[in-house]
Design a binder for this molecule. Structure first.
Ligand code: SAM
Length: 244
Protein backbone atom coordinates (compact mmCIF):
# COMPACT_ATOMS: atom_id res chain seq x y z
CA UNK A 1 0.00 0.00 0.00
CA UNK A 2 1.07 3.55 -0.65
CA UNK A 3 0.16 6.34 1.77
CA UNK A 4 0.76 10.04 1.18
CA UNK A 5 0.19 12.56 3.93
CA UNK A 6 -0.18 16.25 3.03
CA UNK A 7 0.72 18.43 6.00
CA UNK A 8 2.25 21.85 6.66
CA UNK A 9 3.81 20.30 9.80
CA UNK A 10 5.61 17.23 8.36
CA UNK A 11 7.58 16.73 11.63
CA UNK A 12 4.30 15.78 13.33
CA UNK A 13 4.26 12.58 11.27
CA UNK A 14 7.75 11.42 12.33
CA UNK A 15 6.38 8.76 14.77
CA UNK A 16 5.09 6.82 11.76
CA UNK A 17 8.68 5.72 11.19
CA UNK A 18 8.67 3.87 14.54
CA UNK A 19 7.59 0.39 15.59
CA UNK A 20 5.43 -1.81 13.32
CA UNK A 21 4.65 0.88 10.73
CA UNK A 22 8.36 1.71 10.44
CA UNK A 23 9.10 -2.01 10.03
CA UNK A 24 6.37 -2.32 7.36
CA UNK A 25 8.12 0.48 5.46
CA UNK A 26 11.52 -1.17 5.81
CA UNK A 27 10.02 -4.50 4.66
CA UNK A 28 8.48 -2.83 1.59
CA UNK A 29 4.88 -3.62 2.64
CA UNK A 30 4.14 0.08 3.01
CA UNK A 31 5.40 3.08 1.04
CA UNK A 32 4.68 6.22 3.10
CA UNK A 33 5.64 9.81 2.24
CA UNK A 34 4.81 13.21 3.67
CA UNK A 35 4.41 16.24 1.35
CA UNK A 36 4.28 19.83 2.60
CA UNK A 37 1.77 21.98 0.61
CA UNK A 38 3.84 25.00 1.64
CA UNK A 39 6.46 23.97 -0.94
CA UNK A 40 3.83 24.77 -3.62
CA UNK A 41 3.11 28.29 -2.32
CA UNK A 42 4.52 30.87 -4.73
CA UNK A 43 4.93 34.05 -2.67
CA UNK A 44 8.05 35.05 -0.73
CA UNK A 45 6.50 34.01 2.63
CA UNK A 46 5.16 30.69 1.31
CA UNK A 47 1.67 31.64 2.46
CA UNK A 48 -0.81 28.76 2.71
CA UNK A 49 -3.70 30.48 4.54
CA UNK A 50 -5.85 33.59 4.35
CA UNK A 51 -8.81 35.22 6.09
CA UNK A 52 -12.28 33.67 5.62
CA UNK A 53 -14.74 35.16 3.13
CA UNK A 54 -17.81 36.36 5.02
CA UNK A 55 -15.74 37.32 8.05
CA UNK A 56 -15.28 35.46 11.30
CA UNK A 57 -12.40 34.22 13.42
CA UNK A 58 -9.38 32.24 12.26
CA UNK A 59 -7.68 31.54 8.96
CA UNK A 60 -8.56 29.16 6.12
CA UNK A 61 -6.08 27.06 4.12
CA UNK A 62 -5.84 28.32 0.52
CA UNK A 63 -6.90 25.74 -2.10
CA UNK A 64 -4.09 26.08 -4.68
CA UNK A 65 -1.10 24.75 -2.65
CA UNK A 66 -3.26 21.79 -1.54
CA UNK A 67 -4.38 21.07 -5.11
CA UNK A 68 -0.78 21.09 -6.34
CA UNK A 69 0.34 18.91 -3.44
CA UNK A 70 -2.43 16.42 -4.26
CA UNK A 71 -1.56 16.45 -7.97
CA UNK A 72 2.10 15.80 -7.13
CA UNK A 73 1.24 12.60 -5.23
CA UNK A 74 -1.53 11.30 -7.50
CA UNK A 75 0.50 11.73 -10.69
CA UNK A 76 2.38 8.54 -9.83
CA UNK A 77 -0.49 6.68 -8.17
CA UNK A 78 0.33 2.95 -7.98
CA UNK A 79 -3.16 1.86 -9.09
CA UNK A 80 -5.62 2.48 -11.94
CA UNK A 81 -8.23 2.94 -9.23
CA UNK A 82 -8.75 6.49 -7.96
CA UNK A 83 -6.86 7.00 -4.70
CA UNK A 84 -8.90 7.60 -1.55
CA UNK A 85 -8.42 11.08 -0.14
CA UNK A 86 -9.15 11.12 3.59
CA UNK A 87 -9.78 14.63 4.88
CA UNK A 88 -9.66 14.65 8.70
CA UNK A 89 -12.43 16.89 10.02
CA UNK A 90 -14.58 17.02 13.14
CA UNK A 91 -17.44 17.48 10.64
CA UNK A 92 -16.67 14.16 8.90
CA UNK A 93 -18.01 10.61 9.09
CA UNK A 94 -16.77 8.95 12.31
CA UNK A 95 -13.72 6.74 11.75
CA UNK A 96 -14.43 3.19 12.99
CA UNK A 97 -12.83 -0.24 12.79
CA UNK A 98 -15.14 -1.04 9.83
CA UNK A 99 -13.80 2.02 7.99
CA UNK A 100 -10.24 0.95 8.89
CA UNK A 101 -10.90 -2.45 7.23
CA UNK A 102 -12.32 -0.71 4.12
CA UNK A 103 -9.28 1.56 3.82
CA UNK A 104 -6.87 -1.36 4.41
CA UNK A 105 -8.14 -2.82 1.10
CA UNK A 106 -7.06 0.23 -0.91
CA UNK A 107 -3.82 0.57 -2.89
CA UNK A 108 -3.31 4.32 -2.39
CA UNK A 109 -4.48 6.52 0.48
CA UNK A 110 -3.86 10.26 0.68
CA UNK A 111 -4.51 12.17 3.91
CA UNK A 112 -4.91 15.98 3.78
CA UNK A 113 -4.27 17.42 7.25
CA UNK A 114 -6.17 20.66 7.67
CA UNK A 115 -5.13 23.34 10.16
CA UNK A 116 -6.72 26.55 11.45
CA UNK A 117 -10.40 26.65 10.32
CA UNK A 118 -9.82 23.92 7.74
CA UNK A 119 -9.19 23.82 3.98
CA UNK A 120 -11.15 25.94 1.45
CA UNK A 121 -14.19 23.80 0.52
CA UNK A 122 -13.48 24.23 -3.22
CA UNK A 123 -10.38 22.04 -2.77
CA UNK A 124 -12.62 19.23 -1.50
CA UNK A 125 -15.02 19.69 -4.49
CA UNK A 126 -12.15 19.75 -6.99
CA UNK A 127 -10.39 16.78 -5.37
CA UNK A 128 -13.49 14.60 -5.79
CA UNK A 129 -12.76 14.59 -9.55
CA UNK A 130 -9.38 13.00 -8.89
CA UNK A 131 -9.96 10.86 -5.81
CA UNK A 132 -12.66 9.25 -3.70
CA UNK A 133 -12.99 11.90 -0.98
CA UNK A 134 -13.85 10.81 2.57
CA UNK A 135 -14.08 13.56 5.23
CA UNK A 136 -13.36 11.59 8.41
CA UNK A 137 -13.65 12.47 12.11
CA UNK A 138 -11.68 10.80 14.88
CA UNK A 139 -14.50 11.54 17.32
CA UNK A 140 -16.80 14.23 18.60
CA UNK A 141 -14.18 16.72 19.77
CA UNK A 142 -11.97 19.31 18.08
CA UNK A 143 -8.20 18.99 17.59
CA UNK A 144 -5.83 21.73 16.43
CA UNK A 145 -4.94 19.95 13.21
CA UNK A 146 -5.41 16.77 11.21
CA UNK A 147 -1.97 15.31 11.98
CA UNK A 148 -2.90 13.63 15.29
CA UNK A 149 -6.01 12.17 13.63
CA UNK A 150 -3.87 10.88 10.75
CA UNK A 151 -1.40 9.20 13.13
CA UNK A 152 -4.32 7.30 14.69
CA UNK A 153 -6.01 6.44 11.37
CA UNK A 154 -2.80 5.33 9.62
CA UNK A 155 -1.93 3.09 12.57
CA UNK A 156 -5.43 1.57 12.69
CA UNK A 157 -5.41 0.92 8.91
CA UNK A 158 -1.87 -0.32 8.39
CA UNK A 159 -1.97 -2.91 11.21
CA UNK A 160 -4.73 -4.64 9.19
CA UNK A 161 -2.52 -5.07 6.11
CA UNK A 162 -1.41 -8.72 5.88
CA UNK A 163 2.16 -9.07 7.12
CA UNK A 164 2.24 -5.96 9.32
CA UNK A 165 1.20 -7.66 12.60
CA UNK A 166 3.33 -10.69 13.47
CA UNK A 167 0.43 -12.92 14.54
CA UNK A 168 -2.70 -12.21 12.43
CA UNK A 169 -4.81 -14.19 14.96
CA UNK A 170 -4.47 -11.30 17.38
CA UNK A 171 -6.69 -9.23 15.05
CA UNK A 172 -9.55 -11.74 15.16
CA UNK A 173 -10.64 -11.29 18.80
CA UNK A 174 -10.05 -7.58 19.18
CA UNK A 175 -12.51 -4.97 20.41
CA UNK A 176 -14.80 -3.73 17.61
CA UNK A 177 -14.30 -6.87 15.53
CA UNK A 178 -17.50 -8.92 15.83
CA UNK A 179 -19.43 -6.13 17.51
CA UNK A 180 -18.11 -6.58 21.07
CA UNK A 181 -15.29 -5.24 23.23
CA UNK A 182 -12.42 -7.59 24.07
CA UNK A 183 -12.41 -9.67 27.29
CA UNK A 184 -9.97 -8.75 30.12
CA UNK A 185 -6.46 -10.20 29.78
CA UNK A 186 -3.94 -11.33 32.45
CA UNK A 187 -0.28 -12.44 32.57
CA UNK A 188 2.20 -13.80 35.13
CA UNK A 189 2.38 -13.80 38.11
CA UNK A 190 -0.92 -15.51 38.96
CA UNK A 191 -1.04 -13.53 42.24
CA UNK A 192 -0.06 -9.83 42.19
CA UNK A 193 -0.55 -7.40 45.07
CA UNK A 194 -3.13 -9.77 46.63
CA UNK A 195 -5.05 -9.94 43.36
CA UNK A 196 -5.42 -13.39 41.81
CA UNK A 197 -6.22 -14.04 38.19
CA UNK A 198 -9.67 -15.64 37.58
CA UNK A 199 -9.55 -19.41 38.41
CA UNK A 200 -11.05 -20.26 35.04
CA UNK A 201 -7.85 -19.23 33.27
CA UNK A 202 -5.91 -21.93 35.15
CA UNK A 203 -8.47 -24.66 34.39
CA UNK A 204 -6.78 -25.76 31.15
CA UNK A 205 -10.26 -26.35 29.66
CA UNK A 206 -10.16 -24.49 26.36
CA UNK A 207 -13.92 -24.71 25.69
CA UNK A 208 -14.83 -23.33 29.13
CA UNK A 209 -12.20 -20.60 28.85
CA UNK A 210 -13.62 -19.55 25.47
CA UNK A 211 -17.13 -19.42 26.98
CA UNK A 212 -15.86 -17.43 30.00
CA UNK A 213 -14.14 -14.95 27.70
CA UNK A 214 -17.26 -14.56 25.58
CA UNK A 215 -19.33 -13.87 28.75
CA UNK A 216 -16.77 -11.28 29.82
CA UNK A 217 -17.02 -9.62 26.41
CA UNK A 218 -20.80 -9.44 26.66
CA UNK A 219 -20.76 -8.10 30.25
CA UNK A 220 -18.05 -5.54 29.53
CA UNK A 221 -19.76 -4.32 26.35
CA UNK A 222 -23.15 -4.05 28.09
CA UNK A 223 -21.56 -2.08 30.93
CA UNK A 224 -19.29 0.25 28.94
CA UNK A 225 -20.96 0.47 25.52
CA UNK A 226 -24.69 -0.34 25.72
CA UNK A 227 -25.01 1.31 22.29
CA UNK A 228 -22.95 -1.57 20.83
CA UNK A 229 -25.19 -4.19 22.46
CA UNK A 230 -28.24 -2.53 20.88
CA UNK A 231 -26.60 -2.74 17.47
CA UNK A 232 -25.67 -6.46 17.75
CA UNK A 233 -27.13 -8.67 15.06
CA UNK A 234 -29.25 -11.30 16.89
CA UNK A 235 -27.99 -13.85 14.33
CA UNK A 236 -24.47 -13.40 15.77
CA UNK A 237 -25.61 -14.46 19.27
CA UNK A 238 -25.74 -18.10 20.30
CA UNK A 239 -27.94 -19.82 22.92
CA UNK A 240 -25.34 -19.47 25.68
CA UNK A 241 -24.97 -15.75 24.93
CA UNK A 242 -28.70 -15.23 25.41
CA UNK A 243 -28.58 -17.08 28.74
CA UNK A 244 -26.28 -14.60 30.48
N1 SAM B 1 -13.51 24.87 12.40
C1 SAM B 1 -13.51 23.44 12.23
C2 SAM B 1 -14.87 22.88 12.64
O1 SAM B 1 -15.47 23.38 13.57
O2 SAM B 1 -15.31 21.87 12.04
C3 SAM B 1 -12.43 22.83 13.11
C4 SAM B 1 -11.07 23.12 12.62
S1 SAM B 1 -9.84 22.34 13.59
C5 SAM B 1 -9.38 23.59 14.70
C6 SAM B 1 -8.45 22.26 12.50
C7 SAM B 1 -8.24 20.92 11.83
O3 SAM B 1 -8.05 19.93 12.82
C8 SAM B 1 -9.38 20.40 10.98
O4 SAM B 1 -9.37 20.96 9.70
C9 SAM B 1 -9.07 18.92 10.94
O5 SAM B 1 -8.08 18.64 9.98
C10 SAM B 1 -8.47 18.67 12.32
N2 SAM B 1 -9.42 18.09 13.28
C11 SAM B 1 -9.94 18.70 14.35
N3 SAM B 1 -10.75 17.89 15.02
C12 SAM B 1 -10.76 16.72 14.38
C13 SAM B 1 -11.43 15.48 14.58
N4 SAM B 1 -12.26 15.28 15.60
N5 SAM B 1 -11.19 14.49 13.71
C14 SAM B 1 -10.37 14.65 12.66
N6 SAM B 1 -9.70 15.82 12.41
C15 SAM B 1 -9.90 16.84 13.26
Amino acid sequence: MRIDVLSIFPEYLAPLELSLIGKAMTDGVLDLSVTDPRTFATDRHRTVDDTPYGGGAGMVMKPEPWAQALESVTAASPSFRKPVLVVPSPAGEVFTQDVAYELADEKHLVFACGRYEGIDERFIDWASEHAVVRPMSLGDYVLNGGEVAVLAMVEAVTRLIPGVIGNPESLAEESHTGGLLEYPVYTKPAMWRERAIPDMLLSGHHGNIARWRRDQQLHRTAQRRPDMIEQLNPADLNKADLAI
